[in-house]
Design a protein around this ligand. Sequence first.
Ligand code: AMP
Ligand code: MG
Length: 365
Amino acid sequence: MREMKSGWRVAVRYGFPLLMVALLVAALWMSPRGAQPQLHLHTRLLMGTLVNLTIGSVPRSQADQAAQQAFAEMVRIEEVMSSHRSDSEVSRINQVSRETWQPVSGELGLLLRQGLQVTTLSQGAFAMGLEPLTRLWGFSGNPPATQPPPSADLARWLQAYPSSGAIELRYLGEGAAALQESDQSTLQVRLKTQSVGLDLGAIAKGYAVDRAVAILQQAGIKDAVVDAGGNLRIIGSKEGKPWRIGVQSPRQQDQVVAVSQLSGNMAMVTSGDYERFFLYEGKRYHHIIDPGTGLPARSGLSSVTVQAPDATTADALSTALFVLGAEKGLSLLSHFPGSAALLITEEGKPIRSAGFVGEWLSVPQ
Ligand code: AMP
Ligand code: MG
């Protein structure tokens, strides 16, 4: 936490057992010094990250109750979607033999369908079937990896990973348009080869944020920020003024390099090479993998922040853009109405798409 000229800023950090990793996006709550902000902050460690709910404009008791409901929903989603929990639906699918159709819940199926759209449009840069590869790299391991996996293991994975159709979905009901979350028996998933396993690490947090927002809204909350490790969505305003959201510097973790003033209903999600990484023989290895090489993506970017109407889309897109790099990444945005991005190159230079709401700050990199 650091004092700023016009108020105070909270730059939240989340921790892994051996490593403190700074958040991608830090919420800035700018209040006149001395004034009592009517904001209720709730924090919980979920999905391997610190989740912050900031709720305004309601009495504390209502905020507390709504926050507990939102957290409960995020816990439920983690129980379905985590590939680190052996009892999750995702792990159940990963445990069965490949090339066989498996039933999938409507909720997971709909999320896979949404993610597969990004996979198609990004020409495979966004891939939800990388679990065997991300396990090899071990960025989410306990303890997290400190050196690359043997190149023979990577070569074996690369040879076996299908160039297309890694994850397939099919509907036995009335087709995609009629698909409902309750259509459990009609939706099936198939993983193509043994080298494919579900890892929803690049989309599930965004989905959890969207669900948390929906729960808060059902509980009568109109003004809030939900931030799950830099996967963030705002609704309403902060006491009639826009929420101020800071984008963290990829190399100076206590610095904010851009500030976005957002109100209404919008998501803002960052993917960066500084979230989970290790340095080995002077080289940076990070957790966003290029499925084409099996190696951490080197597209010339160190951070990608995407704004979109919902956090699920923003989460998937920020990862996809990171892998694709500036040129192809920015053209991917045109398929997603209301989306925009701020890219930061490895040299610390900003590249903004049309429509990105935010101001680049002149701070040393
Ligand atoms: P994010 O922080 O949203 O960019 O997601 C990164 C996480 O998603 C990693 O920790 C992996 O679990 C997974 N992942 C890594 N590379 C990819 C990729 N190219 N496409 C989709 N998911 C990925
Ligand atoms: Mg993502």
